[in-house]
Design a protein around this ligand. Sequence first.
Ligand SMILES: C[S@@+](CC[C@H](N)C(=O)[O-])C[C@H]1O[C@@H](n2cnc3c(N)ncnc32)[C@H](O)[C@@H]1O
Length: 237
Amino acid sequence: MTDPVTNQTLEEMLAYYDVRAREYDNWWYRRGRYDRNPEDTARWHAEVNELYAVFDALSFGGDVLELAPGTGTWTRRLVRTARSVTAVDASPEMVELNRANVRDARVTYVIANLFAWEPERMYDAVCFGFWLSHVPVERLDRFLATVSRALRPGGLLFFADSFSEATALHDNYRIPGESLQIMARTLANGQKYQVVKNYHDSPSLSARFLRAELDVAVHQTATYFQYGVGVRIPHVE
Ligand SMILES: C[S@@+](CC[C@H](N)C(=O)[O-])C[C@H]1O[C@@H](n2cnc3c(N)ncnc32)[C@H](O)[C@@H]1O
């Protein structure tokens, strides 16, 4: 049952991230409850390094748009090469942490709901880490169309996301009776939230990008991640 996701659930997901902001990096760096055994943790870090290598090789230049930047995992790498970064996230806590972590005047922060936000200009590149899986399936085409409008023809796109989470998360499960798009998440203090979490197989995701005039090759690392690299298809005169 993949019922549409209500606005209430989207608001709950945002509240979850705002409260989770200060513990968010424990997940990425596999600290505390996320460090479950040395083998899985080592594999996680190796696959993170694969993502970083792909990302860094793209050497994002010009004016870059980052959607849902969170605590700055990708923002701090973007500022190494970009002329400017516009970072759009709806969580004030995340934005505050990103600003403190990245400390770069070339980053402009916009606090906005990505399900309503519209780009005011085109960018040379766009990237979003661990956001696509939080977009409800019934909103995916609309979201990708917004991304496409934000990107100049020929502009570069990168995304990364979760792929398989057998050992990736501490407490993450589907809720019986709820839409299959929804998962329960528990914070360190025991508070429970519902979030949207969708996994897409790579070929069908590539096809969805293409419908939005985005030519994106989607790949997977061995266990944990899916990522895509592509361009907005240039107009043929
Ligand atoms: C999984 S985190 C990804 C953070 C970062 N990109 C990374 O790779 O670590 C998801 C991000 O989406 C943001 N977010 C959640 N709902 C949102 C919404 N409706 N509009 C904009 N941002 C939202 C959260 O605040 C959080 O920063």
